[in-house]
Design a protein around this ligand. Sequence first.
Ligand SMILES: [Zn+2]
Ligand SMILES: [Zn+2]
Length: 255
Amino acid sequence: MELKPLVDLHTHTIASGHAYSTLKENIEAAKAMGLTVLGTSEHAKLMPGTAPLIYFTNFKVIPKVVDGVYLINGIEANIFNEKGEIDVDESILPKMDYIIASLHSPCFKDLGMAANTKAVIGAVENPNVTVIGHPDDDRYPIDHDQLAAAAAEHHTALELNNGSLNPLSTRKGARKNIVTLLEACRKYKTMILMGTDSHICYEIGHFEDSMEMLREVDFPEELVINFDLNRLPYVLRTRHALEVAAMSRGEKSGE
Ligand SMILES: [Zn+2]
Ligand SMILES: [Zn+2]
């Protein structure tokens, strides 16, 4: 059977300030790409130019399903210190369907491998964080073995970021880092979430480079969340999201 990604949870809209499509355009692209679930994850407040806090308080206007595409709404938080703290205000935490925590150059300076790893593991241990975004960047060396072990223990997924594999990406060394990341995830049975990190609708659902990496290392498909809607709750943290996920599997919403 050919494996097909059904879910893309790492996407941005114009609300992020450096992305170029609307939610409607992203939904249309998701539909065209055959995705079942689309998640939107705008950057949190320390990213220059991103959406204001109030943006994250009104997700209730977004339908649960549009034209067969089920919609959930999270945030891409910035890890901003060695403790792994993230920039998501308490007031919006309950509304975030999922939280991706990432290292970004405007918010985090390289502290060396030991301290970078400590920071990312600090985020892994935060029960609000459900995914670690693009841990694949030579600008922030991370011990993948320690990270994958901690992520498996704390039920946090690690991202296989398709954007990192784009030659235009600002992240460095993604290909070799993803190989070591996947090997560590295989060793500890750590769950992987593929994300496109789309900053324009034409990237939504395009996982070709990630799929090639999975094939290259013969990665166990059962550790990839995107291939099975039953695995989606692993990265979800709200009742709303769990209801949408159940609907996407053709089950009653439970309301
Ligand atoms: Zn961005
Ligand atoms: Zn990011």
